[in-house]
Design a protein around this ligand. Structure first.
Ligand SMILES: [Fe+2]
Length: 467
């Protein structure tokens, strides 16, 4: 065969092969982990472009990959024009020992990932978790990410809580932005549990990128709210966004409220509160803030705080008070703010000298300054009395649950090279319900609220304002 004929033949064969088989991508990527339903479990999640026909994790302690676990995968089709698809694999490792370093690789007989590792937590409640908290971290301008990566590799954290708003936005460019974001967090999220709640930037196609990419404990149905424990803390991950996007359904808003009330009641049973005395709730949009935008938290009566306007149904603040939530962590505002203990817009400090020692109401912080393309949200020049500390620096929050009575928070400024710019120790010598009708609080309502207070007593309904 002439050389030209040979080249032509080769091109034809190659072209035919490509047209028959297409380009395949079996290589695992975007590896991240979350805790399972039981203390001896870890959930491993990753993506492949093509279906590998199996989902496997090889893992083991002592650097040996001598155990195998299998799981399943789902085909995720993005809602964008291209209808890009990929496969999201999920394997639950079971029977893990406590305080043990496990190496693992993920994949299938078609392709395997690099080697990763995680260390299991101590069993039980008597240990002191260290957790990184932040929200609003994007793909662009993720300023805090490198520092968080290094600190995670240095073993400074047992878990990360990402309090909503990822990637900006995961669905953009037919979900390629979501893929790139998940690749960027892989060094952290493959090493320690990366626990989440949804933000407004996840809302496209009924939160489909969020629901498909993350697998959270006790959230098999992808309702986007769930509860879990770390050491002596009961965490509640809440979906503030359900009430802001009612086009996706009204029933989930009511169902979440009922779940929250039920879960808080269960957490407050003496035997449960004895094991997990701290109750920490986290969700994306705050109840309180002092930013100069017109977001919900700047309103006199925010949706998250008091629920449906005028009727004040389905608000969460009274539940937090009744069931003694100790700390509420929020984001959405691209800034950091620490509040004094507050209820119904009134400061509830324990005392002037020690405001956070046995406070009479939950403490709120807003930590949404990890870094994203929307830069900062400035503060008002006239902050409300419940605002204790504010910063526009990019950064994140460290939580150290020292023991059953002391919970320490500090704010890291990435702008200032990792300097701690704020700190607070919440001391609770007795955990339990706060007084939901404290004498210090005079209900403050808008004119419509006053009307409801006058006439609402004739309606047999449990509202926020009926005290
Ligand atoms: Fe947000």
């Amino acid at each position: 065969m002439e050389l030209q004929q040979r080249v032509l033949f080769t091109i034809l064969v190659f072209g035919l092969a490509c047209s028959v088989h297409g380009i395949v991508w079996y290589e695992p990527e975007q590896v991240h982990i979350a805790i399972g339903a039981n203390p001896d479990e870890m959930v491993i999640v990753w993506n492949t472009v093509n279906d590998t026909g199996e989902s496997k994790v090889l893992y083991g302690s002592g650097g040996k990959l001598n155990q195998t676990a299998s799981g399943s995968r789902t085909k995720f089709v993005d809602g964008g024009e291209e209808k890009r698809s990929q496969f999201i694999h999920r394997v639950v490792l079971q029977g893990l020992s406590e305080k043990t370093e496990y190496a693992y690789i993920v994949g299938s007989s078609l392709a395997w990932s690099n080697s990763f590792s995680f260390k299991t937590w101590p069993r039980g409640e008597k240990w002191s978790p260290r957790i990184a908290l932040f929200g609003d971290m994007g793909n662009e301008n993720a300023q805090s990410l490198p520092r968080l990566q290094v600190e995670t590799m240095q073993g400074m954290y047992d878990a990360i809580l990402h309090v909503g708003d990822f990637a900006y936005d995961m669905d953009e460019d037919n979900a390629r932005v979501g893929d790139n974001f998940m690749r960027q967090i892989e060094p952290m999220a493959s090493k320690i549990p990366y626990l989440t709640c949804p933000g407004n930037h996840e809302q496209a196609y009924n939160f489909s990128n969020y629901r498909n990419r993350f697998w959270m404990p006790e959230d098999e149905n992808k309702q986007m709210y769930y509860s879990f424990t770390i050491g002596p803390v009961r965490f509640l991950s809440l979906a503030t966004e359900l009430i802001f996007f009612p086009q996706y359904g009204l029933v989930p808003i009511v169902e979440q409220y009922k779940w929250l009330k039920r879960t808080l009641a269960e957490a407050n049973k003496p035997e449960n509160r004895a094991k997990h005395p701290w109750i920490v709730a986290f969700g994306h949009r705050p109840m309180y803030c002092n930013n100069d935008d017109v977001d919900d938290c700047t309103h006199h009566e925010s949706l998250v705080r008091v629920g449906i306007p005028i009727l004040h149904l389905l608000g969460w603040e009274k539940l937090f008070m009744e069931y003694g939530v100790d700390l509420a962590v929020w984001a959405h505002e691209h800034s950091y703010e620490r509040m004094w203990p507050v209820y119904d817009r009134q400061v509830m400090n324990a005392s002037a000298q020690a405001p956070y020692t046995n406070p009479k109401a939950p403490v709120h912080i807003v930590t949404g300054s990890a870094g994203c393309r929307e830069i900062h949200d400035n503060f008002t020049t006239n902050p409300q009395p419940w605002s204790a500390f504010r910063s526009l620096d990019y950064g994140y929050t460290r939580m150290h649950v020292i023991n059953t009575t002391h919970l320490y928070l500090e704010q890291v400024s990435d702008d200032k090279g990792g300097l701690v710019i704020d700190k607070m120790t919440l001391i609770k010598e007795r955990h339990g319900p706060h007084d939901p009708n404290p004498r210090d609080v005079t209900p403050k309502g808008d004119p419509l609220m006053k009307l409801w207070n006058t006439w609402g007593k004739y309606v047999n309904i449990d509202t926020y304002s009926k005290k």
